[in-house]
Ligand binder design. Structure first.
Ligand SMILES: NC(=O)C1=CN([C@@H]2O[C@H](COP(=O)(O)OP(=O)(O)OC[C@H]3O[C@@H](n4cnc5c(N)ncnc54)[C@H](O)[C@@H]3O)[C@@H](O)[C@H]2O)C=CC1
Ligand SMILES: CC(C)CC(=O)C(=O)O
Length: 364
């Protein structure tokens, strides 16, 4: 990859490669844009096949955070980290402490949280070295694990998408195909089950499937069979790029609404599902509950205030659907337009982030 050309194309600010031989840490922090404030985005730990794949994931995820935070009305920029390694076997406390020191070195330009493969415990280890970390243990005045809140936000957003598609936001009796029943989707399924939805789930982890079957009476299918399940809503809640040339022709759902980041393999796949008449809830709008929740720590965490803000995901999606209709564009472009307008209007009065007292987490 020609890194500088890639960075220039989408105007990335900074890429930091972190290596610590003692602990085995290999991490890439990407700061995409700090026009609205410090870059806030989680840390993903994953077994990437190549270093280039890890870099590409970090770059795409960081840009997604810029749009997510802007669309959610947060005064925060976008960034993300990937740690290369197997979260089941390669973790050690020294690794997260070394990573924490790298974050501290950025002096508040980047604030982290959980993502796939990292936990509250990992964030607590990072917190031993830096205050620029959210989603740490609630005993420290933090918001804790963001996943259940993300799941709640996806549930609210799914209702908005159902209203757009079916004229009614009730999910009672609807069939929902959920791909990946991990931390976020388990919480999502709990809300859906309570409302009387019928769940069809899949995962590559049998224990995760069994939990959904036992707790919510879900049916299960093999991972590759999830796309052509006869359902009303497809909820991608595993990894990205599952909306692509192979899956679009077989998806039967009228709505796509799930938690995964970067669901569209390429932008053109957003055009393809639009042409097929599928209502797509743009990923970074519907899955912003977690970041809204952790961002509240910057004001001294208040659960009720955070949840009220998470509920506005319903309104944000309604706004996206309205822009899409008004401008005759797919919903993913409508969301981009909404986020970009906010960044552009701020850009006139401020450019890159500089630390000030609003960005200090020590009062949480
Ligand atoms: N945790 C959070 O608060 C947020 C998470 N997200 C995104 O939501 C998605 C899920 O996140 P978490 O629930 O935290 O992760 P997780 O790791 O707890 O759950 C993901 C699940 O997907 C399964 N999976 C992986 N590949 C699969 C495949 N090919 N087919 C079926 N299942 C597969 C895994 O076994 C796991 O159970 C990720 O894309 C993440 O980036 C987005 C915003 C916030
Ligand atoms: C997990 C969140 C707290 C932040 C994030 O990285 C995301 O929303 O993807």
């Amino acid at each position: 990859m020609e890194l500088f050309r890639y960075m220039e194309q989408d105007d990335y600010e900074q890429v930091v490669f972190c290596q610590d031989k003692n602990s085995g840490l290999k991490a890439i922090i990407v700061i995409h844009d700090t026009t609205l404030g410090p870059a806030l985005g989680g840390t993903r730990m994953w077994t990437y096949e190549t270093e280039e794949a890890a870099l590409e994931d970090a770059l795409r995820l960081a840009k997604g955070m810029t749009y997510k935070n802007a669309a959610a009305g947060l005064n925060l920029g976008g960034g993300k980290t990937v740690i290369i390694g197997d979260p089941k076997t390669d973790k050690n406390p020294e690794m997260f402490r070394a990573f924490g020191r790298y974050i501290q070195g950025l002096n508040g330009r980047y604030i982290t949280a959980e993502d796939v493969g990292t936990t509250v415990h990992d964030m607590d280890l990072i917190h031993m070295e830096t205050d620029f970390v959210t989603g740490i243990s609630p005993e420290s005045g933090s918001s804790g694990n963001p996943s259940p809140v993300t799941g709640y936000g996806v549930y609210k957003g799914m209702k908005a998408a159902a209203k757009e598609a079916f004229g009614d936001d009730s999910l009672t009796g609807k069939t929902i195909a959920v791909q990946g029943v991990g931390n976020v989707a388990y919480a999502l399924c709990e809300h859906l089950h309570k409302e009387g939805a019928r769940l069809v789930v899949t995962d590559i982890n049998q224990a995760a499937i069994q939990r959904a079957v036992d707790d919510f009476g879900a049916e299960s299918v093999e991972p590759d069979a999830i796309y052509d399940v006869n359902c009303d809503i497809y909820a991608p809640c595993a990894l990205g790029a599952t909306i692509n040339d192979e899956t679009i022709p077989i998806i039967k759902a009228k709505v796509i609404a799930g938690s995964a980041n970067n669901q569209l393999k390429e932008s053109r796949h957003g055009d393809m599902i639009h042409k097929r008449g599928i209502i797509y809830a743009p990923d970074y709008v519907i899955n912003s509950g977690g970041v809204i929740n952790v961002a509240d720590e910057l004001q001294g965490y208040n659960y009720d205030r955070a949840m009220k803000k998470v509920e506005t995901i319903y309104d944000s999606l309604q706004k996206v659907f309205a822009i899409a209709k008004r401008d005759h564009i797919p919903t993913y472009l409508a969301a981009d337009r909404m986020a970009e307008e906010r960044i552009k209007s701020e850009y006139r009065s401020r450019s890159q982030f500089l630390l000030n007292s609003h960005h200090i987490l020590s009062r949480r």
